[in-house]
Design a protein around this ligand. Structure first.
Ligand code: AHR
Length: 323
């Protein structure tokens, strides 16, 4: 049906008047709230832990209706730096950064500070002499995790045995701190000695490869594996089985993360102990971001509570495992 020219003019006049009226209403802009814009520069997808962590962030952002910009750094610091710069250019409200390594972040964090965008370090910390470059850190206490692993080993083995260590990504906070604290705690057990230590890059394939090399090089001259994460421990289990040995019996295995497959491996007797590093802290991160934007003061460090799982509690905890 054709609209008459007179009716059309009347419609236009009415629409223009309505737009003018709405624009002139006091406090209008404040009422039409824009969704929060958050950028997250993730390290990559090196482990099952990382996948669970990314998922926790994404689902929490979706639940809160956040305009979430997720960047997978693919294990490269330069990709993460580029992502942070792009978040600054897009004018996000908050930047979440999970730094692959501890050093080299100052220049880009200074740019974020200049743009007045608060930065939350998620999961991994950085080394800097200028603490004002980030508002807070949310994650686990990696130093404590390594300490718990060493003390468990001290008791379980009666303080005796040769250890091979599977390290995480070189230069990363979890690799540095888990290595340092484990070594510090071993001073109490002079009969426990680390005879070799190599990086498997937090990856299952890396853990398997390094374990194969250890078995070739050292034969049966060690009886303990300390892996900085579950994924590398699973790789080590494979290499040990392929060498005709029994993981958890011929070789004691202790690792960190405690995702469901590792807890299952404890139940099955293939891994002896796993120290938890909870990846599901998306809700805490977004609560913290909201507080910062509301002008509230938040602590400089917000730590997750992690526990130790071994043969004494694994079967009980397995059904309640959320990740
Ligand atoms: O930064 C946390 C560590 O990184 C987890 O232990 C590991 O699995 C991950 O890749």
């Amino acid at each position: 049906m054709k609209t008459s020219p007179l009716l059309k003019i009347a419609q236009i006049v009415l629409q223009t008047a309505m737009v003018g009226l709405i624009a002139s209403l006091p406090g209008r802009a404040a009422e039409t709230k824009k969704p929060l814009k958050v950028g997250f520069a993730q390290t990559g997808a090196e482990s099952d832990w990382r996948t669970a962590n990314s998922e926790s962030m994404k689902s929490e952002a979706a639940k809160r209706g956040v305009d979430f910009k997720f960047s997978d750094g693919q294990g490269k610091q330069e990709n993460q730096i580029r992502a942070v710069r792009s978040f600054i250019a897009q004018g996000v409200d908050v930047i979440l950064l999970s730094p692959l390594v501890e050093t080299g972040w100052e220049p880009v964090l200074r740019e974020a500070k200049k743009a007045k965008i608060p930065v939350i370090l998620s999961d991994r910390s950085i080394q800097t002499s200028d603490d004002s470059l980030y508002v807070t850190f949310v994650g686990s206490d990696f130093y404590e995790e390594g300490r718990m692993a060493a003390d468990w080993l001290g008791k379980f083995t009666g303080g005796k045995g040769n250890i091979v260590e599977l390290q995480g990504t070189p230069g990363s906070a979890p690799a540095n701190e888990r290595r340092k604290s484990f070594g510090d705690a071993l001073k109490k057990y002079p009969g426990l000695t680390i005879i070799d230590s190599q990086s498997g890059n937090f990856e299952m394939s890396g853990g398997k490869q390094v374990m194969e090399a250890f078995l070739k090089k050292h034969g049966r001259n060690f009886s303990i594996v300390y892996a900085h994460n579950d994924s590398m421990a699973h790789g080590a289990v494979q290499a040990i089985e392929e060498a005709g040995l029994k993981p958890g019996k011929d070789i004691t295995i202790v690792c960190i993360d405690a995702l469901r497959p590792a807890v299952q491996a404890v139940v099955d007797g293939k891994i002896n102990c796993v120290v938890e590093c909870n990846p599901l802290f998306g809700p805490v991160v977004f609560d913290t971001a909201a507080k910062i934007l509301a002008g509230e003061k938040v602590p400089k460090k917000i730590l997750n509570k992690d526990e130790l799982i071994d043969a004494t509690n694994a079967a009980k905890l397995l059904p309640t495992r959320k990740y």
